[in-house]
Ligand binder design. Structure first.
Ligand code: BES
Ligand code: ZN
Ligand code: ZN
Length: 486
């Protein structure tokens, strides 16, 4: 998308559609005369997300004006602008608009506002239909040019446009990867995406193959992979800042199960096709690493992607098997469908062996988190309140909703087994927390955040602000955590 920052002369902006924010009870003075009838009839109220598209308004070079209802002015946050701009962009692109502009007035012209608007429009243009062959696929309609009009052009706002572009593109990269079908996106193909991203952005990337993982002793991951004809991988992507601000080294770890049948503890067939989304955590890490490479924060960041396919078969792992993880701890497999925590256990141990000082993992880990929180909030688990504080701040400023869930030691009781150090499931009650506490067993005392994105990584139905399919969550929080590190 071609992006440019322009000054406050709204009438002179030449484009297919110019978006104005319309707050409740505050009709825009420059439009008041032309739109008096709309306001009197109550057709334009400024209610949040109300959209009114008008053609050829006198005095404007823009061919259309879109009045985007912004709601109550004192309730309007950066995340409200993100959603508003996304709804506006999806409406305009559906009408065939190619060039758009958005007017951000005083008070709504901070770098964060500008970044959010740019990011929103780029994300709004994403469609999940790359594999449709007919010409009239939805994705062929896209906005190609966006101008952001602000009261005063500054260096900081120019940088904000760039940052918004970097974030939007990273999120769309992660969604492009997540939407690939599981016959194409094998663990090796996922690793190849990571390598291509790393090469294009000047990052180092190492792929541990099955033999190497055997040598290292990653028995928990290899047990999951053994039922599949597709070889597994562990991908390590490194970002090193030119001038690190501290000795901290952040690990971003993403669950990369390219398809989860459940294995021998097989899932019901209804809806199983959705389990191609079981690598969304991994895709968010790959996208985040691209944004981090381009935004260059002052903290070292290591992206780690353990990736496998979870299949049943003659070589598959059985309930009752006991595997030895990289940490040396033994795990009794009680349910082969609780595979995410097994591959993450070895990834977490490996991150610690590499010297990472802070760990964050994202995983479509449990159905239980969907029951608990639904589809709007991701569940967050931690062993460290300070890191949690940083994480929640990053989440808030990126508009990704997160809810703190318990991972207290009491849940460890649920994972007790007489045959091994730990069992891989803890029963239905508190399922998201027992999964988190399983991970905590391998984390130890290193500050750690676990985000269960099973309910938030995928939109089952399109929304006015987003296409159906992968959401990219929690890529915004990943990147904010790194760029705002303190
Ligand atoms: N990938 C799934 C998580 C999942 C399940 C997401 C259902 C959305 C809907 C994960 O690997 C899994 O199967 N978890 C099991 C764990 C259980 C066996 C303890 C689950 O949540 O059912
Ligand atoms: Zn599973
Ligand atoms: Zn899974």
């Amino acid at each position: 998308m071609k992006l440019k920052l322009v000054g406050p002369d709204h009438t002179g902006i030449e484009c297919d559609a110019l978006i104005f924010l319309e707050f409740e009870g505050a009709p825009r003075p420059e439009l008041a005369a032309s739109l008096a009838a709309y306001h009197e009839s109550g057709e334009i109220t400024g209610k949040y997300l109300e959209m009114t598209l008008l053609h050829s308004l006198p005095g404007f070079k823009a061919r259309r004006i879109l009045l985007a209802g912004a709601g109550k002015q004192d309730k309007f946050e950066v995340s409200s602008l993100w959603k508003l701009a996304a709804v506006a962009a999806r409406l305009l692109k559906s009408k065939g608009v190619k060039s758009a502009a958005i007017a951000l007035g005083t008070g709504f012209d901070s770098p964060d506002h500008v970044s959010a608007a740019v990011k929103a429009v780029i994300e709004a243009c994403w469609e999940p239909d790359v594999l449709k062959t007919n010409a009239d696929k939805d994705g062929s309609r896209s906005i190609d040019e966006l101008a952001i009009s602000v009261p005063a052009i500054t260096k900081a706002l120019e940088a904000a446009v760039k940052a918004g572009e970097i974030m939007g593109e990273a999120s769309n990269l992660s969604r492009d990867i997540s939407v690939e079908p599981p016959n194409k996106l094998t663990p090796m193909a996922l690793a190849a995406h990571a390598q291509a991203m790393a090469k294009a952005n000047g990052l180092t990337c190492e792929v541990l193959d099955q033999d190497r993982m055997r040598q290292l002793g990653m028995g928990a991951l290899l047990g999951v992979a053994q039922g599949s004809a597709e070889p597994p991988a562990m991908v390590i992507i490194e970002y090193k800042p030119a001038k690190p601000a501290s000795n901290a080294r952040l690990a971003l770890i993403g669950k990369g199960v390219t398809f989860d049948t459940g294995g021998i503890s097989i899932k019901p067939s209804e809806g199983m096709e959705k389990m191609k989304y079981d690598m969304c955590g991994a895709a968010a890490v790959i996208g985040a690493m691209q944004a981090i490479a381009r935004l260059k924060p002052s903290i070292a960041v290591t992206g780690i992607v353990p990736t496998v396919e979870n299949m049943p078969g003659g070589k598959a792992q059985r309930p009752g098997d006991i595997v030895t993880s990289l940490s040396g701890k033994t795990i009794e497999i009680l349910n082969t469908d609780a595979e995410g925590r097994l591959i993450l256990a070895d990834a977490i141990t490996y991150a610690k062996q590499l010297g990472c000082t802070h760990l964050v993992d994202a995983a479509t880990l449990t159905g239980a988190i969907v029951v608990a929180l639904g589809n709007n909030q991701s569940g967050v688990f931690t062993n460290n309140d300070e890191l949690l504080g940083q994480w929640m701040l990053a989440a808030k400023s990126s508009g990704e909703k997160m809810w703190h869930m318990p991972a207290d030691d009491e849940y460890r009781e649920l994972l007790k087994t007489v045959y091994a150090d730990i069992g891989n499931v803890g029963g239905r009650a508190g399922g998201a927390s027992s999964a988190a506490v399983f991970l905590k067993e391998f984390v130890g005392d290193t500050p750690w955040i676990h985000v269960d994105i099973a309910g938030t990584a995928w939109l089952d139905d399109a929304k006015p602000y987003m296409a159906k399919g992968p959401t990219g969550i929690p890529i915004g929080t990943f990147v904010r955590l790194a760029t705002g590190w303190r």
